[in-house]
Write a protein that binds this ligand. Structure first.
Ligand SMILES: [Zn+2]
Length: 321
């Protein structure tokens, strides 16, 4: 019956060719001067978006490089980058996928973004307050948190303790914990970060989380360890554990409609999962500074950070334990 199979194959090919549509590849889309906004479904010039820190006129927030955020939107006059510890290993089990080493992929991300890990961490002044900021870069492999990122965060928290800063701010944007990192990411990394955050709280260092354009998976769970949690904007989307599509699949058995704003900033606040949302990422600096001063009972004229304790705390590295 080979002739039937041959006829079927040729027929299917002919139909495919007839109805073939030329769609731009991912590379074409990335190199295009235009981008489609999922919020208003309008084409936007990338240059225009860039000038407005990747915020569309409809207030949809695209991802923002943490370096641009720190340079233009957060710190007063420059900042000091907190380096990632040399011993921090992003690939402790030498993971190989489709014949390619995971470590090579990681090095590509480092080259592409110019960052040591998926998180850019810096210390400096924000409206006179001493702060340490961790900016998660989605362009760095969806900012998956491997053992290296966890060690980088611990080093930053150690810096915050040593220098008695006012506040530790995390700008979350990540697909979650790095599965290639095996249990090191999912158990050791997560638990160590939560314990270190508790140490900051014990020393009266405020921990603030800001959920930016997407935060899912294990990292979304981590965000609840903050003293206060905010969304970058009302319609920030994919602020969930499992992602909108997967959650909808689970709920479909109940024949329930998913709320239109499911996983968005406003919905999180309405359901008591976050303390509020900002209107726009451009106002975060001023509103957050006021909030921090109120929570720390620290009026604006006090420029120098104070600590209630002189006892030094050392956070152990995960790799050394
Ligand atoms: Zn838009």
């Amino acid at each position: 019956m080979n002739w039937i199979l041959n006829f079927k194959t040729k027929f299917v090919e002919k139909v495919k060719q007839t109805f073939k549509r030329d769609r731009p590849s991912k590379v074409d889309q990335a190199n295009s001067a235009w981008i489609n906004c999922p919020g208003c479904n309008q084409m936007q010039l990338r240059e225009d978006l860039k000038k407005n820190f990747n915020v569309c006129k409809c207030q949809y927030h695209f991802d923002l490089d943490p370096k641009i955020r720190f340079d233009k939107l957060i710190f007063d006059n420059g900042y000091e980058l907190i380096p990632c510890p040399k011993y921090a290993d992003p690939d402790p089990i030498n993971f190989v996928i489709n014949g390619k080493k995971a470590i090579d992929k990681y090095k590509n991300y480092q080259e592409k973004t110019g960052q040591e890990s998926a998180i850019l961490i810096a210390a400096g002044k924000m409206n006179g307050l001493n702060v340490v900021c961790a900016g998660y870069n989605f362009a760095f492999g969806a900012s998956a948190i491997s053992l290296r990122e966890s060690e980088h965060l611990l080093a930053a928290m150690q810096y915050a303790l040593d220098n008695k800063v006012d506040c530790f701010i995390s700008f979350y944007c990540s697909g979650g914990m790095d599965v290639k990192g095996n249990l090191f990411s999912l158990t050791k990394g997560m638990s160590a970060i939560i314990l270190a955050m508790n140490e900051l709280k014990r020393k009266n260092i405020l921990t603030v989380g800001v959920l930016s354009s997407k935060t899912t998976g294990g990292l979304f769970v981590d965000t609840f360890a903050n003293d206060t949690l905010w969304s970058e904007c009302k319609s920030s989307n994919n602020l969930l554990f499992s992602g909108k599509r997967v959650s909808a699949g689970v709920r479909s058995s109940d024949k329930e409609e998913m709320p239109e704003d499911y996983g968005e900033g406003a919905a999180l606040t309405r359901n008591g999962m976050s303390d509020g949302y900002f209107e726009n990422r451009l106002e975060i600096k001023d509103k957050l500074s006021t909030l921090i001063r109120v929570l720390l009972k620290k009026p604006e004229k006090e420029a120098k950070a104070e600590s209630t304790s002189n006892v030094k705390v050392d956070i152990p590295a995960i790799s050394a334990s």
